[in-house]
Design a protein around this ligand. Structure first.
Ligand SMILES: [Fe+2]
Length: 104
């Protein structure tokens, strides 16, 4: 991975922005891990191996959630939008459009 999370010279970024970038990278990695486990679980024939992978995937759900919570505690507009979209019923697209209007 190295320093790929930065798209601007790191020395010009504030500590807060560098932390934010690292947490974004962590969020991406947790999402990738969830997807990789999903694929492995879907093809694994050994039940015990599959159970271990499912257990590991649950850990990644937790990591993803903690990363996301950290990030939205530092981005109020993002938090506002997610409050309107997540854990809701009905059309996700309509909820997303309504959420966007809340921060415009
Ligand atoms: Fe993880």
């Amino acid at each position: 991975m190295g320093f790929d999370q930065y798209h601007e010279p790191p020395e010009e970024l504030s500590q807060e922005t560098r932390t934010f970038a690292r947490m974004i990278t962590s969020l991406i990695e947790e999402a990738e891990a969830i997807g990789w486990y999903e694929q492995r679980i879907s093809i694994e024939k050994n039940a015990e191996a599959r159970a271990i992978m499912k257990n590991a995937q649950k850990e990644e759900f937790k990591h993803f959630g903690m990363d996301l919570e950290f990030l939205i505690r530092h981005k109020s507009d993002w938090r506002t939008e997610l409050k309107s979209i997540l854990f809701s019923k009905g059309s996700i697209v309509k909820r997303g459009e309504a959420a966007e209007k809340k921060v415009d």
